[in-house]
Write a protein that binds this ligand. Structure first.
Ligand code: PXG
Ligand code: PLP
Length: 440
């Protein structure tokens, strides 16, 4: 093992295994990486669901370079710079009507925790400070902050930290292997019954104790689980009936992955807050945030006039380089008509990934927009091993994927050609074949 890899404790990585057989990337352009040993590896997951416009986009790189030469940093606490205001106004204009106040963070995790704090502060501002319970969903990922972890529903992310989580309860996952195994897009059946479970949780806890309901429009990092038609609409109706805040975590779905700016628009349901990150800056600088319904914001604008209305913020909130990257990314999404491109590519993508159904051990394929999960039967030795082996094999075969459990993710950059996507799927197929027999 190379000793020089020891110091870096890698995030969400089996460190001992990685350091025994490292996968080091040294450059990237468009839809491909170059490894330290000179190989090309296609980016099958848009970085980590964030590089929609492709790597090394000159427009975005230029904007960051210009910004660092003009204003490298100014705090956003009690001073400001033009970029943060311009970016927020632009994002507000892209959001569904009514949602037009934007709080900036540096990551999805920070954005989720920010949205939860806004929900709690809003309840208190309305004289309902007892509303502290969070409702999430099984198999949801909402980042790694204590709030996001609490409302999240991925057991492995919670296990080691359980006793310190915030109070939360969880809807059932929308995933039903019996009826959805090879569904294309949204399942047709079952959405209303799944969403009606929120009524049961409201009856159990009482609406007066609930701060917010937080869901991903589709579950991304848990393996692309797509809710049935009508599910999100019904959640909205139930939240309205009981005056609960509905928050969409659009860290993955926001800024184009579904062929619209937000899933709220693609799926036709308007929440009270939208959490975003990832594609907003095309991966070129850390950026996230929360888009808030104006009335929520206005309700919190109270208290002594010398004090911040919301005692919250990060040193890097509204960082000039991130704002420059965000503005340039929005320019590129618009000028290169990348949302339209995603909408056009999505049906071809769907056919290409579903053609993997006959590869050895494929038990399910789901897709929405430019996101798909290809689930493999687990190794007899237990869940997750086949997925991990297939992920490593895919890298050797020339495509970067992710493997939550035994599901392989494909989420290509928006600028991919049909041919790029086919090459990604071919490499995935080879990796599936390579790992068809259990490890010795
Ligand atoms: N919410 C959602 C819905 C996410 O997908 C976060 C919050 C947290 O964002 P940050 O920027 O703090 O990482 C995410 C992040 C995967 C994978 O394997 C997905 C994410 C992160 C890491 C891995 O799919 N999504
Ligand atoms: N810890 C200490 C000691 C700090 O002074 C600060 C910020 O000033 C933080 C943590 C939070 O860091 P950030 O604002 O980058 O989230």
């Amino acid at each position: 093992m190379n000793d020089r890899l020891d110091a870096y404790w890698m995030p969400y990585t089996p460190n001992r295994q990685f350091k025994a057989a490292p996968r080091i990337v040294v450059s990237a352009k468009g839809v491909a990486y170059r490894t330290a040993d000179g190989r090309e590896v296609l980016d099958g997951i848009s970085g980590l669901w964030c590089v929609g416009a492709g790597h090394g986009h000159p427009r975005i790189a230029e904007a960051i370079k210009r910004q660092v030469d003009t204003l490298d940093f100014v705090s956003s606490f009690q001073v400001g710079h033009p970029g943060a205001f311009a970016l927020s106004e632009r994002i507000a204009a892209l959001a569904p009507p009514g949602l037009d106040r934007v709080f900036l963070t540096n990551s999805g995790s920070e954005a989720v925790d920010t949205a939860i704090k806004i929900a709690l502060a809003h309840a208190r501002a309305c004289g309902q400070g007892q509303r502290t319970l969070l409702i999430g969903r099984e198999r949801a990922f909402h980042g790694v902050g204590f709030g996001g972890m609490s409302v999240g529903g991925m057991v492995n992310n919670r296990r080691a930290f359980g006793p310190v989580l915030m109070r939360s309860d969880h809807l059932r996952s929308t995933w039903d292997p019996a009826t959805q195994a090879f569904v294309r897009g949204q399942p047709a059946e079952g959405g209303i019954a799944l969403a009606d479970e929120l009524e049961r949780l409201v009856a159990l806890h009482d609406a007066s104790n609930i701060a917010a309901v937080l869901v991903e429009p589709f579950a991304g990092s848990t393996g692309v689980l797509v809710p049935p038609v009508g599910y999100l609409q019904r959640l909205r109706q139930i939240c309205d009936r009981h005056r609960l805040l509905l928050i969409f975590d659009e860290v993955i779905s926001g800024f184009g992955r579904l062929g619209s700016m937000f899933a709220a628009q693609a799926l036709g349901v308007v929440p009270d807050m939208i959490v975003f990150a990832k594609t907003v800056s095309n991966g070129a600088a850390p950026l996230g945030g929360v888009i808030v319904r104006r009335e929520l914001h206005d309700a919190v604008m109270q208290g002594p006039d010398h004090l911040a209305e919301l005692m919250h913020g990060y040193t890097w909130s509204g960082h000039p380089l991130a704002c420059a990257a965000g503005m340039a990314t929005l320019d590129v999404l618009e000028e290169e008509r990348l949302l339209q491109r995603v909408a056009e590519l999505a049906p071809q993508f769907e056919s290409i990934v579903h053609a993997l159904a006959d590869a050895p051990g494929v038990v399910s394929i789901r897709n929405l927009g430019l996101a798909a999960g290809v689930e493999l039967a687990p190794d007899p030795a237990g869940p997750g091993r086949r997925g991990a082996r297939a992920q490593a094999a895919a890298f050797d075969r020339g495509v970067l994927t992710r493997a939550p459990g035994d599901t392989l993710i494909l989420a290509p950059p928006f600028v991919s050609t049909r041919d790029d996507i086919q090459r990604m799927a071919d490499a995935l197929r080879q990796a599936i074949v390579d790992t068809a027999s259990p490890a010795p």
